[in-house]
Ligand binder design. Sequence first.
Ligand SMILES: [Zn+2]
Length: 135
Amino acid sequence: MAASVDEIGSSLAREVEAGGGRVYPGIPWWLRFVLSRRTLAITIGRRIYLGRELLARSADEIEAIVAHELEHVRQFARVGLLRFAWRYAGDYVRNRWRGLSSFEAYEAISFEVEARVAENRLRHAKENGEDVRTA
Ligand SMILES: [Zn+2]
């Protein structure tokens, strides 16, 4: 079941749809099993899963995270599932090899850096009271 428009805001819901994504409330049990408890959301291909903990937060916070995850949908579409997974894991291992902590290594993954740009663009736009519409 996809998350309702109320949960993510109608303008962002349209953007998700335009990007070919689908938003689902809750993280599937088989993913929870391999993820950190701190994971708020995860995207696999076109599917964006929003954790219960995230859904309890403010609408602005949920939307910022959806913008982040939508960038991952675009990345998956751009490079394909296998190349995404390969590059993502490769970045992480290289970052750990350089001596970064687990969290720092995750944050420095190129796909994550790119997704945070999209997330922060939405956060700043909202802070400035701009009509949030990213292309
Ligand atoms: Zn991410």
